[in-house]
Design a protein around this ligand. Sequence first.
Ligand SMILES: *Cc1c(COP(=O)(O)O)cnc(C)c1O
Length: 432
Amino acid sequence: MTPPITLDDCRRLDAHDPLRALRDLFILPEGVIYLDGNSLGVLPTSAPARIAEAVTQEWGTGLIRSWNEARWFDLPQRLGDQVARLIGAAPGEVVCTDSTSVNLYKVLFAALSAQKKDSGRTVVVSERSNFPTDLYIAESLCRERGMTLKLVDDPSEIPAALTKDVAVLMLTHVNYRTGAMHDMAALTKRAHDAGALAVWDLAHSAGAVPVALNDADADFAIGCGYKYLNGGPGAPAFAWVNARHADAWTQPLSGWWGHAAPFAFTPGYRPAPGVGRYLCGTQPILSLTALGCGLDAMLAAEPLGGMQALRTKSLALTDAFIALVEQRCPEQFALVTPREHAQRGSQVCLRMADPGQRIGGPAYAIVQALIARGVIGDFRAGDEQMPDILRFGFTPLYLGFEDVWNAVGNLAQVLEEEEYRRPEFNTRNAVT
Ligand SMILES: *Cc1c(COP(=O)(O)O)cnc(C)c1O
């Protein structure tokens, strides 16, 4: 048996953490242990002043001149080049724009168009446990095109689902609810061997785990700006298109911002070269500016080992959390997230161990009681297929091992003192 983890162990790990200094790049509220960076990232220290500057100087004084002078115009591409460094893509292959949902519509449409009309490929394969917006968007596109969305219940069923009528395999790399991570290279190869294209959603991967889109030879990818990239609430998302597709296919939202010469104001659409055509209309400059602050903070880890170093720390944090939960609350919880490192994202999800409490048990109230104590995680409601889940995201940029110790300490106290029974923790808010 491994010896129990102590508070001294955690403090020692923090003292030797090569990424410790990165914590200063973020403003964290006093008395809060933030385990929800996978849902809404924290405020970068540079953001308030940078956003104020964009408002008062670039907008207020520069006015329309700022499209050129403050380089607003190519901001989606410049930020895209920063994102590219985090996801194994090349400069010029990524744009930051629109929401994840809208970008999925664009790239999935392009992927479906990339299959020949007479190929008989009329199926999109995904997982039933995928994030709902991904399924809703795919459902709508399939309906529009007379195609079928086929959902598998378990990842092990994916290879067998790749029959010769499949046009696209559309997966989220790290599952939002379980924290389980797919083998992107292996599944992309499976899809290609079956004649299908691979579309990846990196919402819980970009800035959380190393991603190698070009090495995996993926076809299209999208991801979120406000989660691990700390771009702020509703931050613009990103889209990546493999160079072999970028010039070949036109996305459906052919707005003027994706035109080859938007200021020629010609009546006919001519797509910009490369991924630039995945832009649609005028860009949200203030939101992009905030996203830029998040990306700068993320890339500050590059001289310290970058995503590989962040991954090493993330796994150590999640390992410590799992071990401490098993040490302090061995009876109450079961682990939902895979133990194997290769299959784990940067979050840990628990469910109540008692099978009678798979849904409608105390999971929601436990999360509320934790939040009242300043330990912010979140709750994801279950259904017949999936139990209720307590979800804890670990962002190695600003979390330490003592934070993990304290989080589990609070969790154990919520249970010991049965705080979750209090009525105020049992009323559901609109946003969980
Ligand atoms: C968070 C998330 C989204 C969010 O989409 P929005 O368009 O930003 O609301 C989409 N897909 C996945 C897999 C997510 O985790």
